[in-house]
Design a protein around this ligand. Structure first.
Ligand SMILES: Cc1cc2nc3c(=O)[nH]c(=O)nc-3n(C[C@H](O)[C@H](O)[C@H](O)COP(=O)(O)OP(=O)(O)OC[C@H]3O[C@@H](n4cnc5c(N)ncnc54)[C@H](O)[C@@H]3O)c2cc1C
Length: 328
């Protein structure tokens, strides 16, 4: 690990001021950043610790939603009684990931900003446009078991690894931020993560030094909430594919279908056309296949990850069957 300065910020303005310098990075739980620093994939010169900023509260908003502080741990968020009863998708997605020890340290903001698990990104001997813009992409023609089938480019096919972010995408969460000087922004999660195009190193809409202060969930909606994750091991493994679903059936027809997908794209993936195809229709395997055809209309495998195309279809079908089956 390279030497670095460490400062524990006492206020938001101190944090954003300290992080405005090139080479600075916020540190929350450190469960991703420190690993990357040990491998010299990330080499910040200054760490700005944001754990003393009072961003660790969960509060209800006036409109029935929930504001989750950026420093709330994944364990506390998954265990929150309001989350478990009204936004269980969040608890289920978080508990499907990492381990108890990691979730005790991992924060809400850090989870959204965790970097890809692409093997070539982690190996500094390999070309990676995300780590070193313009160096190339060793994943192309390489081992691609974990890689994207949608949304990638010739410059990058890495996937976004977060489970929580997929659930938040389906729920229509909004990210609240603060910049140096004190101005704040609200960024819908749908616009927060960006596709690689020819700049895979730019992963989010955040500006350098911009602090995530909270994530806001809209008021809960009717319907069953399901998070289904397929992975190589039963625990302690990132998603090969995942589906987050909020599905409501009323009078035999699908009244709501909010779906987001993980493990298949460089960002938590949501496709309005898929949802449009489902809403208003009677649930059936035929309908679910039609929706999967829409999801996968531009899917492209790289040999090693070709299996994800039928796998995400089957996972989506199983999720939709479970969400729409009548309870005995
Ligand atoms: C063995 C292992 C298995 C895992 N398995 C899974 C899994 O199955 N599913 C899953 O989703 N995740 C998994 N994770 C990832 C884990 O969820 C993340 O490491 C964690 O959520 C990151 O949060 P953190 O607070 O530790 O972030 P940090 O490591 O502190 O920070 C991560 C990044 O976010 C930035 N950052 C942090 N907070 C803020 C903020 N408020 N504003 C702006 N920038 C900020 C940091 O500068 C850094 O770039 C796993 C991790 C490990 C080590």
């Amino acid at each position: 690990m390279r030497p670095f300065d460490y400062a524990r910020a006492g206020s938001r303005s101190e944090a954003t001021g300290a992080a405005a310098h090139a080479g600075a990075a916020f540190i929350a739980g450190g469960t991703n950043l420190l690993d990357l620093m040990k491998l010299q994939v990330m080499t910040p010169e200054r760490l700005v610790d944001i754990q003393g900023l009072g961003l660790d509260g969960i509060e209800e908003t006036g409109d029935g939603g929930l504001r989750i502080g950026a420093a709330v741990t994944n364990s506390d968020l998954a265990a929150d009684a309001r989350v478990r009863s009204r936004w269980p998708l969040i608890s289920r997605a978080i508990l499907a990931g990492a381990s108890g020890q990691i979730r005790n340290k991992a924060s809400t903001g850090g989870n959204l900003l965790q970097r890809t698990r692409c093997y070539y990104f982690y190996d500094t001997d390999m070309a990676c446009n995300k780590r070193e813009p313009g160096s190339g992409c060793a994943a192309m023609g390489g081992a691609t078991r974990l890689h994207a089938i949608l949304g990638g480019s010739n410059h990058c096919i890495a996937t976004h690894p977060s489970d929580m972010a997929v659930a938040m995408q389906a729920l229509g969460a909004v990210v609240e931020t603060e910049r140096a000087g004190g101005s704040g922004r609200e960024i819908p999660l749908a616009e927060f993560h960006v596709l690689p195009g020819d700049r895979p190193d730019i992963e989010t809409a955040l500006e350098p030094g911009e602090l995530i202060t909270a994530v806001r969930l809209p008021s809960p909606v009717a319907g069953r909430q399901i998070y289904r994750k397929v992975r190589d091991r039963a625990s302690y493994a990132f998603a090969l594919v995942s589906v987050a679903a909020i599905v409501e059936v009323a009078e035999g027809r699908i009244a709501r279908a909010d779906l987001a997908f993980g493990g298949i794209a460089p960002k938590p993936w949501r496709d309005g056309e898929v949802e449009k195809a489902l809403v208003g229709q009677e649930p059936s395997d035929r309908l679910f296949h039609q929706a999967a055809d829409i999801l996968l209309r531009s899917a492209k495998g790289q040999r090693g990850n070709d299996f994800k195309i039928p796998l995400i279809r089957r996972t989506m079908l199983a999720t939709l069957r479970e969400a729409t089956e009548e309870l005995a």
